[in-house]
Design a protein around this ligand. Structure first.
Ligand code: DCP
Length: 609
């Protein structure tokens, strides 16, 4: 007889989602690097503030965002480790003893590397992974788990395929902490490790997911020596709530039958996507504090107040249900090194120094990316923010080929500031043995400079280590300009003259050469600021749910080492506002769904007329 290939009926649409989150991530990376026991209180410091605190230090009352001095007062024995930084002459990030915010640039490379190794382990077990920051991710284990159910359980429990209950024995105590069913029993613990009374097919789904999750956590610990916590449930929101439930180094499972009891006391704004203004607004509007408080509102009530999609979403989420997909994360499309300058850089020498440091960082990131993804950027851009104009002025030019970009100095040697009075212009240029070749457009008024950002864009599979000559680079640039309908490009003859003496080898500029350089000879029609494309943050139209978000949420474009780049809107977001920002996108998506709904209703109405 052929093996049945039908899943139990009740599993159609039932998912197994695992959320894994490293414990005190940056701190663990440093502990492992330094061979520090996790029992020793420790924290990672960025300038004066703490950005990660280990659990031994938390037990002494030390918290994230406290200053190093406050932490020392609370816990004199605490080990404070400053994040690595790039100093002015560093080719690689270093653990400087006394890094200085006005001369050094924070590097997260060591955490990126650790993250890469962690995600490699995730990928051994699952191919649908959504990366959330460096140290956490969702895994949709449904296919893998259902395959196991089909092969190992369905043939033995054929008579149960139409039932919800399968009564397959599960040793929950070996799988982590299982949230208890809400049986009205008011005893203090809502979680237990003994066996719940009956097993459903969907419990089996989670139990298998929990076994895989345990294996992943074991591999992370055995190979990398980091502990992490996991949550296993039928939806993303509950998986996330569960992973933070029993930190550190534990995993928590939420079965369908325990969902309502679990959700009852969850503060409403702790629910994924409800941490921002939308959550506050709903909370105030309904006069609720916990998810359970919202149960008294019917679906119709909620839809009348918040619209079809949002109302339905709220109705489900307070019951622990959401159908948001795990969206597999793709390789990034761009890489960035940025620094905001407080106080501003007042001299061109300072701006140059920052360009040098950021170029080194970007150079290293581009090569790391090449190693991981075999991708090379197509173009390269610089953005500067001055106190005269707080939006970024941004210019780009074609990227150097792999063969040309061997040393970190190559990128920074692209730029020089022409100190002509009254404006100082930043020029994209290339210095060859005999000429100074203007490569790209010019940014005027570079000082006082509030922020510098270098970006490698258009990362694409690199087919070969092409040997681009400078002429090819110029040709590419010309092509790009033509495509952009720019009327101010250099004439072909001009290019020819510039290149007649040039050599394919690009020299790294020396200090001495920089001092000798002056630019009157390199005149170009591009010097007018009218050709400058000023990047101004695009303001989404605010209406409906978007009104919940204030100006800061949408407009803020903090560009420095304390930021994260949103892969939806490509804006730089302060790291402590990541969650709020993702909540904003969520609200935006809901609003779009709402609009689509309305459009459909309108068009149906019209058709009916
Ligand atoms: N991080 C940061 N700045 C912030 C928040 C976090 O630099 N404002 C960094 C340091 C953290 C890492 O991101 O180690 C992961 O952040 P989490 O919020 O996951 O916190 P932890 O991993 O440190 O601790 P927990 O065990 O509570 O998850």
């Amino acid at each position: 007889m052929e093996a049945p290939n039908e899943l139990p009926r009740c599993l159609k649409g039932s998912r197994c989602i695992v959320h894994i989150d490293l414990d005190c991530f940056f701190c663990q990376v440093e502990q492992v690097r330094l061979g520090l026991s996790p029992d020793i209180p420790a924290a990672v410091q960025q300038w004066h503030g703490l950005i990660a605190v280990n659990y031994a230090a938390r037990a002494k009352g030390v918290q994230r965002m406290e200053t190093a001095a406050e932490a020392k007062k609370l816990c004199p024995e605490i080990q404070l480790i400053h994040v690595a930084t790039y100093g002015p002459n560093d080719q690689k990030p270093q653990y400087h003893l006394k890094p200085n915010r006005s001369t050094h640039k924070v590097s997260l490379d060591v955490y990126r590397e650790a993250s890469k190794n962690i995600f490699k382990i995730f990928h051994r077990h699952c191919d649908k992974i959504q990366k959330i920051g460096l140290d956490e991710g969702y895994m949709d284990m449904t296919d893998k788990v259902n395959e196991i159910i089909l092969q190992q359980y369905v043939p033995r429990y054929l008579d149960k395929l139409d039932d919800e209950i399968c009564s397959i024995p599960i040793h929950w105590e070996e799988l982590g902490i299982t949230i208890k069913n809400d049986d009205g029993d008011d005893n203090d613990s809502k979680q237990y490790q003994s066996i719940p009374p009956t097993t459903t097919w969907s419990d089996l789904q989670l139990a298998i997911g929990a076994k895989i999750s345990n294996q992943i956590r074991k591999e992370i610990f055995d190979e990398l020596h980091y502990t992490c916590s996991a949550g296993i449930g039928h939806a993303k929101s509950v998986a996330k709530l569960c992973s933070s439930r029993n930190k550190p180094d534990k995993q928590t499972i939420l079965r369908r039958s325990a969902m309502m009891g679990f959700m009852r006391d969850i503060p409403f704004t702790k629910i994924r996507n409800m941490g921002g203004k939308l959550g506050n607004e709903v909370e105030n509007d309904l006069g609720i504090e916990t998810a359970g408080d919202a149960w008294k509102y019917s679906l119709k009530d909620l839809q009348q107040r918040f619209g079809e999609s949002t109302g339905l979403w709220i109705y489900n989420i307070v019951r622990g249900d959401d159908d948001e997909e795990v969206n597999a994360t793709k390789a990034p499309k761009s890489l960035m090194a940025a620094k905001s300058l407080r106080p501003p850089a007042y001299t061109q020498a300072e701006v140059h120094q920052w360009i040098g440091i950021l170029s080194t960082e970007l150079h290293n990131r581009i090569w790391n990316h090449m190693e991981d993804f075999q991708q090379w950027p197509k173009s390269f851009s610089i953005s500067l923010r001055t106190s005269k104009d707080t939006s970024y002025r941004s210019k780009s030019c074609p990227m150097l080929s792999r063969d040309s970009m061997k040393s970190p100095g190559m990128l920074s040697s692209f730029f020089i500031i022409n100190n002509d009075k009254p404006v100082k212009k930043l020029v994209f240029y290339r210095l060859t043995q005999k000429t100074i070749d203007l490569l790209g457009p010019i940014i005027e008024d570079v000082t006082p400079c509030l922020g510098v950002s270098l970006q490698a864009n258009g990362l694409e599979h690199d087919h070969s280590a092409t040997n681009h000559s400078i002429t090819e680079l110029f040709a590419q640039q010309q092509q790009q300009k033509n495509q952009d309908h720019h009327s101010h490009s250099l004439s072909p003859n001009h290019y020819k003259t510039l290149h007649s003496n040039s050599n394919n080898d690009i020299d790294t500029i020396t200090k001495d050469q920089q001092q000798k350089l002056s630019f009157p000879s390199v005149q170009s029609p591009l010097t007018t600021e009218t050709t400058a494309k000023t990047i101004t943050p695009q303001k989404p139209k605010k209406q409906g749910i978007l009104d919940f978000y204030g100006k800061n949420q949408v407009d803020e474009e903090e560009e420095d080492e304390e930021t994260w780049k949103c892969d939806k809107c490509f804006k730089r977001i302060s790291r402590d506002r990541i969650e709020e920002h993702t909540d904003y996108h969520f609200a935006l998506d809901l609003q779009n769904a709402e609009r689509n709904n309305n459009n459909n209703i309108n068009s149906n109405d019209n058709n009916g007329n």
